[in-house]
Design a protein around this ligand. Structure first.
Ligand SMILES: Nc1ncnc2c1ncn2[C@@H]1O[C@H](COP(=O)(O)OP(=O)(O)OP(=O)(O)O)[C@@H](O)[C@H]1O
Length: 497
């Protein structure tokens, strides 16, 4: 095949290929950055920012790239910007690419479970820290296949740049064919060149997927079914002011955790009604009651993962994320800091470990990034805690490779790493297979024995009987019984088990 090699080695063909690649590389890099910013803007608090992001996507996906290029090519000189055709092509492709990347990033950002954000908030992590270190890495991992597709399409699409007289590979081949009519070898060489580049890109994409991909996820079937979304929408700072007139404050100063006349509603539904509950330092309260009675909501209010609608909650004598002003509790501007300072450890039903971080990093993250411990000290602390919960062998593992019981013990270590003054457990064993329950309960027992103040939501009657100083039963958002375990769990208002 003498003519194949002749054209394959022709410098002008390679120049054409590199021109196309140059456009694609610059346009893709710029499109990624702009697309990511637009995708984040799509969830911005300000409506006008969201609208601008949506408008951009509408415009650049809605019109043909050819029109956009020709428009830029004619428009820029008309407003006094004299860009050469190659740079105009780069700009045009970048603007167009950003529209597509926005949608890819938007989808992948939303695919990250909101429970990850809630868990981060419970550790006192702010929005930016959560976005950059927890949500984005997971979203990028999910986006790699679609972005790889996009990059490959872009390399081939650059042939359109010939419309504004950029001589890339396809255009170069057309020119050669027009002079010698050797259609098959010339276009054959162009095809082989594209294939070589795209094979290299596909290999790079696989390498990226391997680099960023944690080992295959294998949560239990039940966890898979229920863990994909949490209903918790984090409150936005400064949104609510709660009147404190009418709150019964007698005796609250003697309590370590004081919940006074608290109410909470979601839409028309009143989920908690006038709930009052005090706990002494070191006391273990077990909260129980039928599904939907408001137990989890009450825990979320203690840590200010949701805002109260009425009443007040004090931990160690302080409101979490509120300041009292003119007879009202007003949310502070920096809720993340307030949560961090309150040092409330929280353990969730579905563990909600950060899937993109190793076991050790899950535990060391908040002490280092939120509480300012040096990385070395935070890791040492994490190591000790993981040994304490029996996971010293798994420091470098990723959450997806652990059993449910192991994950929950990592979650407990993660909550303990911020040196909590109180621990909240939201049904810590209900997502676990029966044979894994004991290992978690043992850890919780150990904590209770160490004198930790705890609020534990559980349906596990035997465990409640054993661990609780006091059992509190909720029904329809009200406390309907409370007392020593033998009094409450033996009585008619007892837990359903
Ligand atoms: N963010 C939310 N938006 C709307 N409704 C909510 C939200 N969070 C909770 N609810 C509703 O509030 C009620 C109480 O929910 P909560 O999760 O506190 O109950 P629970 O007693 O913990 O139930 P379970 O034992 O099933 O976890 C339920 O009817 C639930 O649907």
């Amino acid at each position: 095949m003498p003519s194949f090699w002749h054209y394959f080695l022709l410098p002008s063909m390679w120049q054409g290929l590199f021109t196309g690649l140059k456009i694609a590389a610059v346009a893709f890099a710029a499109g990624l950055v702009l697309g990511l910013a637009l995708a984040v803007a799509r969830d911005a608090a300000l409506g006008v920012v969201r609208l601008m992001s949506a408008g951009y996507v509408w415009l650049f996906r809605g019109t043909p790239i050819l029109l956009q290029l020709v428009f830029l090519f004619n428009f820029l000189p008309a407003v006094g910007i004299g860009l050469p055709p190659l740079q105009t092509a780069m700009l045009g492709f970048a603007l167009n690419e950003a529209g597509y990347c926005t949608e890819i990033f938007r989808g992948s950002l939303r695919s990250v479970s909101r429970t990850q954000t809630t868990a981060a908030a419970s550790l006192g992590m702010g929005r930016w820290l959560t976005l950059s270190r927890i949500v984005l890495p997971q979203a990028l991992k999910a986006a790699i296949p679609a972005l790889g597709n996009e990059a490959i399409s872009l390399v081939k699409l650059t042939s359109i740049a010939s419309a504004i007289s950029v001589t890339e590979l396809t255009f170069r081949s057309q020119q050669i064919v027009a002079t010698n009519f050797e259609v098959v070898p010339v276009y054959g060489v162009a095809a082989v060149m594209y294939l070589l580049v795209i094979t290299a890109m596909t290999a790079a994409q696989s390498a990226l997927e391997r680099r960023f991909g944690a080992p295959a996820d294998r949560p239990s079937a039940r966890a898979r079914l229920f863990a994909f979304r949490s209903r918790t929408r984090l409150p936005r700072a400064g949104r609510s002011a709660v009147p404190v007139a009418g709150v019964d404050r007698s005796g609250r100063d003697n309590a370590f955790l004081s919940i006074r006349n608290v109410s909470k509603r979601f839409g028309d539904r009143e989920v908690l009604r006038d709930v009052s509950l005090d706990a002494r330092r070191g006391e273990v309260l077990v909260l129980t009651g039928r599904s939907g009675s408001g137990k989890s909501t009450l825990l979320h209010l203690v840590n200010h993962l949701q805002a109260v609608d009425g009443g007040e909650i004090l931990v160690d004598g302080r409101h979490v994320g509120y300041v009292e002003r003119g007879g009202q509790l007003v949310e502070v501007a920096d809720l993340a800091r307030a949560r961090a300072e309150a040092r409330i450890g929280m353990v969730f039903q579905h563990f909600d470990l950060f899937e993109n971080l190793s076991v050790l990093d899950n535990v060391a993250f908040a002490p280092h990034h939120v509480h300012g411990l040096s990385e070395e000290a935070a890791r040492e602390r994490a190591r000790q805690l993981l040994v304490r919960v029996g996971l010293g062998e798994h420091l470098g593992s990723f959450p997806a490779t652990l059993s449910g019981g192991q994950r929950q013990r990592v979650a407990i270590a993660r909550a303990l790493a911020v040196d909590p003054v109180v621990m909240l457990f939201d049904e810590p064993t209900s997502a676990l297979d029966p044979e894994l329950v004991d290992e978690v309960l043992d850890t919780v027992r150990g904590l209770a024995a160490s004198g930790m103040t705890m609020l534990v939501v559980t349906h596990h009657v035997e465990f409640a009987r054993e661990i609780a100083d006091r059992v509190v039963v909720l029904a329809d958002g009200r406390i309907v019984a409370q007392g020593r375990p033998d009094e409450v769990l033996g009585g008619p208002a007892g837990a359903r088990g």
